[in-house]
Design a protein around this ligand. Structure first.
Ligand code: TYM
Length: 332
């Protein structure tokens, strides 16, 4: 029996601060779980990080940390190439080509741009152009699937629009990708405020469950999570966003159905729910932390992985860029 060729997956994370359980459950866990089915390209998107001010030494450290966490979370180099975005100049070059076919109005409508720019006194051109760089990341690798959390859905839809527009204007050039969003864990909320998305950039204690937080810190944040006074265990994001968030985290970790989870927790109080969620989170993150800390003993290792990753993906990116250049009339 012949098997159809494997399709390509591409995704990435910004090296801006400490990765948290939302990044894991919304993205990396699913990458690792499905990696055998696809050719996978996972990027550390350092050029995206530059759209907001960064400390250079911290950025450099954070790039390595994200790469080590990818591996510690179970990405296997047999199935995945892991590389740093800025190591492949084709990303920036294709962004320019795509800029020239992307109407400004498409970018001004992006909700992340509106949210982020509202918080800044002055906004860089890069922040507005962010989704075009993301589109370049994706379509440079003939990507079929983009597994991300809910907050990136709009950006992947824009990527599709840009690819389709380019193909219509200049002939078939790019694969039009589809987004993959997990059923549970696609939008993990802050433990301190379950109406706001858990975010790397919020440093407040008790907000995020960071992948490298020690077990006692994780437990404390979960035990203190904001809930409500209804004293009812139900998947109700509107009336009970705090309880819903804890159940959603538990569901994404255990893979159980809502009915199974409700049966497990019905009759118990919020204290019991929090305790079980804390146990599940610690049991998931402890082995990841152990692998991370072992890997961090040898800083040369991750450099080698990133170099090999860039070498592996460069020909794919260069080939697609050349097709785009030819179709635009820049090359013969
Ligand atoms: P970033 O770095 O903000 O987030 C990385 C991944 O984590 C997911 N995520 C969440 N999932 C569930 N709950 C949350 N609270 C949560 N917070 C973040 C994100 O959806 C994402 O999957 N623009 C992207 C990076 C990027 C990219 C790409 C992604 C650049 N180029 C190409 C895919 C393909 C971003 O800022 O992700």
């Amino acid at each position: 029996m012949t098997h159809p060729p494997k399709k390509r997956v591409f995704s990435g994370i910004q090296p801006t601060g400490n990765l948290h359980i939302g990044n894991y459950l919304g993205a990396i866990k699913n990458w690792a779980q499905e990696q055998h089915k696809y050719h996978n390209v996972f990027c550390i998107v350092d050029l995206h990080a530059l759209t907001l001010p960064q400390d250079p030494a911290e950025l450099y450290r954070s790039i390595r940390q994200v790469a080590m966490l990818y591996l510690a979370c179970g990405l296997d180099l047999e199935h995945c190439a892991i590389f740093v975005q800025s190591h492949i100049p084709a990303h920036a070059e294709l962004t320019w080509l795509l800029n020239c076919v992307t109407p400004l109005g498409w970018l001004e409508r992006m909700t992340q741009y509106k949210d982020k720019s509202a918080k800044q006194e002055s906004v860089s051109t890069g922040l507005l152009d962010y989704p075009v760089l993301m589109a370049a990341d994706i379509i440079l690798y003939d990507t079929h699937y983009v597994p991300v959390g809910e907050d990136q859905k709009q950006h992947v839809e824009l990527t599709r629009d840009i690819a389709i527009r380019f193909n219509n204007l200049y002939g078939e050039t790019f694969v039009v990708p589809d987004v993959l969003i997990p059923k549970a864990g696609a939008r993990v909320m802050g433990l301190d405020d379950p109406t706001a998305k858990m975010s790397k950039s919020i440093d407040k204690q008790g907000h995020a469950l960071r992948l490298l937080d020690p077990p006692n810190v994780l437990k404390k944040s979960i035990m203190r999570a904001t809930t409500d006074s209804l004293n009812r265990i139900a998947f109700d994001p509107v009336e009970q966003p705090g309880v819903f968030n804890l159940l959603n985290i538990y569901q994404a970790i255990t893979g159980q159905s809502e009915a199974q989870i409700l049966a497990e927790f019905s009759g118990g109080g919020y204290g019991n729910l929090k305790k079980r969620v804390a146990e599940a989170v610690v049991a998931t993150l402890e082995p990841i932390q152990q692998r991370y800390h072992e890997m961090a003993q040898d800083p040369g290792y991750i450099e080698q992985v990133l170099q090999a990753g860039a070498d592996r993906v460069r020909p794919i990116a260069e080939r697609r860029l050349l097709v785009a250049q030819k179709n635009l009339g820049l090359r013969k």
